[in-house]
Design a protein around this ligand. Structure first.
Ligand code: KG4
Ligand code: ZN
Length: 329
C-alpha cells in the first residue's frame, strides 16, 4: 500500500505547530513554536495575543516542517488541522490556513478534534498500540476518561465537573508564586517535599472528576499559613490528585474489562503521575504514555489522529469552521 503523508496543523492555544507524519505513526518533522515566554508575563494565555502570533508564525512553521521532513507540498497527501476545542481566534488561524492550503494544492482536508490528537500521540510513541484501550486524557483544558473502542469510536466514561486538572496545577503554582505554566514547576518542587498535608479528594457515584475543591483548599492553606512548606504542599497536592485519577481509572477498567491504559495530554508529563501508573504494571495492567515532547500540544499528534480520520473516510470540506467547545465522541 502507498504511504500516506499527512501534514498536521495545530493552533488551538499557545503553540503554533506543523508536523509531517507518515502513515499516522512515523514523525518526519514536528515543529513547535511556543508562545509560553510571551504569555508568562501575563500569568496565563491571552487569547488575542495568541491569535496574532499564530498568524505571524504559521507560514514559517509550515516551511520549516516541510524542510525538516525533506519534502515539498507535492508530497503531501492529506492536510489535518485542529478545529476544536480551543480558543476560537487561535483555532481560526489554523483552520483558515489549512483550508486555503487544501484548495491551493488540491489535497483532502481533515478537521481533527484536539483531544483525539492527544490520544493519538500514544500511537506515535507506542507503535504497536491498537484499540481497544482506556485513555486518561489530562491536559490544561480537559480531564476525560475515555474508552477507545476502535480508531473512530470513543465513549467518554467520566470527565471533570469543574476545573481541568492542568488548570488546577497552573492555579496552585500561580498562587504559591511558582509562575506559569505551573505544571512542570509543581512537578519539580514536589520532588523536594513529603506528602504530609491532608487535602480533600472528591468521589462521585459515577466516574466524573472534580478539582476545584482541592485547588481552593491549597489556596486557602497557603493564605492562612504563609510559611507553609511549599514543597510539601506540592507533594501533597500531587499525591491526592493522583489518587483520584487512579481510583476512577481502576474503576473504569473494571467496569469495561480493559486492562490496557494510556495516559495523554500535558499533565501526563507529570513524573509522579507517570510513576504511579507505572506501578500498575505489577498488577497485570499494560500502561502507555506518549514520550514527553508529545504530551503537550504539538501537530504530530494532530497528523496522527487526522490520518485515522482520513482512512476511515472522515473528510471535511471547505465549510469547516472552528468549534471552540467541540466535544469528544
Ligand atoms: O495538553 P496541553 O499542552 O494543553 C491543553 O490541551 O490543555 O497541556 C498543558 C497543561 C498545562 O496546564 C501545564 O501546566 C500542564 O499541562 N503540564 C504539567 C506538566 N507539564 C505540563 N502538569 C503537571 N506536571 C507536568 N510535568
Ligand atoms: Zn492540548
Amino acid at each position: 500500500m502507498k504511504d500516506i503523508i499527512t501534514l498536521g496543523i495545530e493552533s488551538s492555544c499557545d503553540e503554533t505547530s506543523v508536523a509531517v507524519v507518515k502513515n499516522g505513526r512515523e514523525v518526519l518533522s514536528n515543529v513547535i513554536n511556543t508562545q509560553i515566554a510571551i504569555h508568562t508575563q501575563f500569568g496565563g494565555v491571552v487569547p488575542e495575543i495568541a491569535s496574532r502570533k499564530h498568524i505571524e508564525n504559521i507560514s514559517d512553521v509550515t516551511e520549516a516542517a516541510l524542510k525538516q521532513a525533506g519534502i515539498t507540498f507535492d508530497n503531501v497527501d492529506v492536510i489535518a488541522c485542529t478545529y476544536g476545542p480551543g480558543l476560537v481566534g487561535a483555532l481560526l488561524v489554523g483552520v483558515s490556513y489549512a483550508k486555503a492550503l487544501s484548495y491551493a494544492i488540491d489535497r483532502p482536508l481533515v478537521g481533527t478534534n484536539h483531544i483525539e490528537g492527544h490520544i493519538a500521540a500514544n500511537y506515535i510513541t507506542n507503535t504497536k498500540l491498537e484499540p481497544p484501550f482506556l485513555c486518561l486524557v489530562i491536559s490544561g483544558g480537559h480531564t476525560h476518561l475515555v474508552h477507545i473502542k476502535d480508531y473512530k469510536n470513543y465513549e467518554v466514561l467520566g470527565k471533570t465537573r469543574d476545573d481541568a486538572i492542568g488548570e488546577a496545577f497552573d492555579k496552585v503554582a500561580r498562587v504559591i508564586g511558582l509562575g506559569y505554566p505551573g505544571g512542570p514547576k509543581v512537578d519539580s518542587l514536589a520532588k523536594e517535599g513529603v506528602p504530609n498535608i491532608q487535602l480533600p479528594k472528591t468521589r462521585f457515584e459515577n466516574l466524573d472528576f472534580s478539582f476545584s475543591g482541592i485547588k481552593t483548599a491549597v489556596i486557602n492553606l497557603h493564605h492562612k499559613t504563609p510559611d507553609i512548606n511549599k514543597a510539601d504542599l506540592c507533594a501533597s497536592f500531587e499525591k491526592t490528585i493522583t489518587e483520584e485519577l487512579l481510583e476512577n481509572t481502576l474503576e473504569a477498567s473494571k467496569k469495561i474489562g480493559v486492562k490496557k491504559i494510556a495516559l495523554a495530554g500535558g499533565v501526563s508529563a507529570n513524573s509522579y503521575i507517570r510513576s504511579s501508573f507505572e506501578n500498575l504494571k505489577t498488577k497485570g495492567f499494560e500502561i502507555y504514555y506518549p514520550e514527553l515532547k508529545l504530551c503537550t500540544d504539538n501537530a504530530a499528534m494532530i497528523a496522527s489522529a487526522g490520518y485515522y480520520n482520513f482512512i476511515n473516510g472522515n473528510i471535511s470540506d471547505l465549510t469547516l469552521n472552528a468549534v471552540p467547545n467541540l466535544k469528544l465522541g
